[in-house]
Design a protein around this ligand. Structure first.
Ligand SMILES: N[C@@H](CCC(=O)N[C@@H](CS)C(=O)NCC(=O)O)C(=O)O
Length: 216
């Protein structure tokens, strides 16, 4: 059986980036199917794989898993030896909490600073809601690094699902010129330099599609 991950454009699809980084953490080979977003044929192309009409989607034999958090949990169960969540129960609870917070929150950031990995100086609107989201994320990163990050440069030491979920935020901070300092700056740099992130960024740079004002 083979894994197939269906994703959107690498430059714009933040959920696809998260799912893909988690898939890479498993070390398993997988096929990638890219469906360009925001085109007249996009919806039907995604519907051919999942009635939820969103990417990413993971297929493995008879199993189809849609929604990034469900994909991450499924892969964590299939590959326990790869420790996709932190080993320590307290660290794991914190990792799940911040991953869930990303999955269901930060709506202002997502609305006003959409992911556009290869663009710079876009000057998105940093209103009070966006500023609150940024402050919350910086506080989370700093807290995780101080309490759980001794074993490496990531939130819980080694790169895990929580880092995959915040990787698009690292991209947004670059795109919109959000200045970071201290632990948050060092953490963002470590995520940016993560080899799988660099692979994704190179592919995003090479994509032909341009979408104005993509909002996810
Ligand atoms: N809650 C979903 C959100 C997925 C999502 O919103 N995906 C966007 C792309 S990043 C999408 O598929 N949009 C469909 C479209 O634009 O037609 C998840 O966690 O996977």
């Amino acid at each position: 059986m083979e894994f197939t991950l269906i994703i959107g454009n690498r430059n714009y699809s933040s959920w696809s980036l998260r799912g893909w980084l988690v898939m890479k953490l498993t070390g398993a080979a997988f096929n990638e199917v890219v469906i360009p977003l925001d085109l007249p044929e996009t919806r039907n192309a995604i519907l051919a794989h999942s009635a939820a009409a969103k990417v990413p989607i993971l297929r493995y034999g008879a199993v189809t898993v849609w929604d990034t958090l469900a994909i991450a949990e499924y892969l964590a169960e299939l590959f326990p030896e790869r420790r996709l969540w932190p080993d320590d129960v307290e660290a794991r609870a914190q990792a799940r909490a911040i991953t869930s917070e990303m999955h269901s929150g930060f709506m202002n950031l997502r609305e006003h600073l959409p992911m556009d990995l290869r663009s710079r100086d876009l000057g998105g609107e940093i209103g009070p809601g966006v500023a609150d989201d940024i402050a919350r994320i910086v506080a989370l990163w700093t807290d995780c690094r101080r309490r759980f990050g001794t074993g490496g440069p990531f939130l819980f030491g080694e790169f895990c699902i929580a880092d995959a979920f915040y990787a698009p935020v690292v991209g947004r901070f670059r795109t919109y010129g959000i200045e970071l300092s201290g632990e948050a700056a060092a953490y963002a740099e470590a995520v940016w330099q993560w080899p799988d992130m660099q692979t994704w960024l190179d592919a995003a740079n090479d994509e032909p599609w341009v979408i104005d004002n993509f909002k996810v």
